[in-house]
Design a protein around this ligand. Structure first.
Ligand code: DAT
Ligand code: MG
Length: 139
C-alpha cells in the first residue's frame, strides 16, 4: 500500500534566490499538506550522510558541496500517493527533461542545481523525514 507521506528539501540556490514562497505555493496548490517544515543548513558531513546512497557516483562530492552551501528548507508532506505524486510535481532530475508545470521546469538552474529534492520510495521518505524531524515536530 502506498504511504501518504514524502520528504522534500528546497535546495540552497532556490532558497538564496527567494523562491521558498513560490515553491511552497506550487506544493500546496497540488494538494500536499505540510506536516513538518524548517529552515536549516547542512554541513558537508551531514550532506554526505543524507546522500550516502550516491557515494560511489562521480557527482557525490559536487552534490554534498552544493547541498551544504547555504540554507535549505526541508519538509515532510502528506497526500494520497505522496511519493509518486510529488515526483510528478517536481519533474525530471535533469531540468532539460522536466515537463511544463513542474517545479524543476520553473526553478531549476541545472542538473546539479535542480531546486528541490523528492524521496524516491516510501521507505526512503520515512528515513529522510526522520533525518530532519522528530515525532514532536510532525503535525
Ligand atoms: P533526484 O533528485 O531526481 O532523485 P538522484 O537521486 O539521481 O536524482 O540524484 C540526486 C541529486 O544529485 C540530483 O537531484 C541532482 C544531483 N545529480 C544527479 N545526477 C547528477 C549528475 N550526473 N551530475 C551532477 N549532479 C547530479
Ligand atoms: Mg533521488
Amino acid at each position: 500500500m502506498a504511504s501518504n507521506r514524502t520528504f522534500t528539501m528546497i535546495k540552497p540556490h532556490a532558497v538564496a534566490d527567494n523562491h521558498i514562497g513560490g515553491i511552497i505555493a506550487m506544493i500546496e496548490a497540488a494538494g500536499f499538506r505540510i506536516v513538518a517544515m524548517k529552515k536549516t543548513q547542512l554541513t558537508p558531513a551531514l550532506a554526505g550522510k543524507f546522500y550516502e546512497v550516491h557515494k560511489e557516483r562521480g557527482f557525490y562530492g559536487e552534490l554534498c558541496e552544493m547541498m551544504s552551501s547555504g540554507p535549505i528548507v526541508p519538509m515532510i508532506l502528506e497526500k494520497e500517493n505522496a511519493v509518486t505524486d510529488f515526483r510528478t510535481l517536481i519533474g525530471a532530475t535533469n531540468p532539460a527533461n522536466a515537463e511544463e508545470g513542474t517545479i524543476r521546469k520553473k526553478y531549476a538552474k541545472s542538473l546539479g542545481e535542480n531546486a528541490i529534492h523528492g524521496s524516491d520510495s516510501d521507505e526512503n521518505a520515512a528515513i529522510e523525514g526522520s533525518f530532519f524531524f522528530g515525532v514532536t515536530e510532525q503535525y
